[in-house]
Design a protein around this ligand. Structure first.
Ligand code: PGA
Length: 258
């Protein structure tokens, strides 16, 4: 796993935007996996700006979102479909974009179809991920099978509390979600995890330097052949090998840079 430590959240987003630009320039019809939450908001703002000035285009790209709240319609202001339109898709042109349907009647079939569609599009080239303070990726909470596929999950009380800021109260946060599984995420060709702020420091340390365990679903990424983690100083605070991570980054050959 490559660990890139940046001084602040702004620089984390800049690095991530550079990786998206490189991906889309190399392969304009890339299949991109996208995430929601607070962390990627500034990245999306940068990508919209890049599209507007012609630096990059999503016009031939296909996007798949990681997850959606079960029970929320796509036009609900707190749905992730709405989040994505607000922060990205109402501002740029994209060839295709998919997100799990929070109102799917037959959830199991819907999840199977979502997996099929990802495969049918050739698989995900670059998967963007946040990390929960409990170590989740997507909404794969601690204890999720590391081989899991897209399915319905129950949120932990901690995630409900973490996400209450987007709702009027914790009671209003849906308890269930449809999420890509850890196994689905692991099939992406390149995983890009972003984490900022001290509240993520313990989860980041467990993900990178702890054992691979379903108790920290993000730790499965230690088994991924091409995973980049970009963190700010606050989120890197509990990492042990920071000197080495910085050394690797400073000595990175120019052809490997975005
Ligand atoms: P956040 O969420 O970006 O809002 O911190 C990350 C996550 O829960 O995966």
């Amino acid at each position: 796993m490559e660990v890139i430590i940046k001084p602040n959240p702004e620089e984390v987003s800049r690095e991530a935007a550079g990786l998206f630009r490189r991906q889309l320039r190399r392969k304009p019809d890339s299949v991109l996996g996208l995430a929601t939450g607070s962390t990627p908001v500034e990245l999306y703002r940068k990508l919209v700006a890049m599209v507007r000035c012609g630096e990059v285009s999503f016009a031939h790209a296909t996007c798949f979102n990681l997850d959606e709240y079960a029970g929320l319609p796509a036009d609900h202001p707190r749905s992730y479909a709405c989040f994505m339109r607000e922060h990205l898709f109402s501002h740029i042109r994209v060839a295709q974009w998919f997100i799990p349907d929070g109102l799917a009647k037959d959830v199991a079939t819907h999840c199977e179809e979502y997996e099929y569609r990802i495969r049918d599009c050739g698989g995900i080239d670059l998967q963007l991920l946040g990390i929960g303070s409990d170590g989740h990726i997507g909404f794969n909470e601690p204890g999720s099978s590391l081989a899991s596929r897209t399915r319905i999950k129950t949120l932990t009380a901690r995630t409900v509390a973490d996400n209450a800021r987007f709702f009027d109260s914790a009671e209003a946060v849906p308890r269930h979600v449809i999420t890509m599984g850890v196994g689905t995420i692991m099939e992406a060709r390149h995983c890009l995890v972003l984490a900022t702020g001290e509240s993520k420091a313990a989860a980041v340390a467990a993900m990178v330097e702890g054992p691979v365990t379903a108790s920290v679903p993000a730790s499965a990424l230690q088994m991924h052949p091409v995973c980049t983690l970009v963190v700010d100083e606050a989120a890197a605070k509990l990492l042990q090998r920071t000197e080495y991570y910085r050394w690797v980054y400073d000595n990175k050959p120019s052809w490997q840079r975005p």
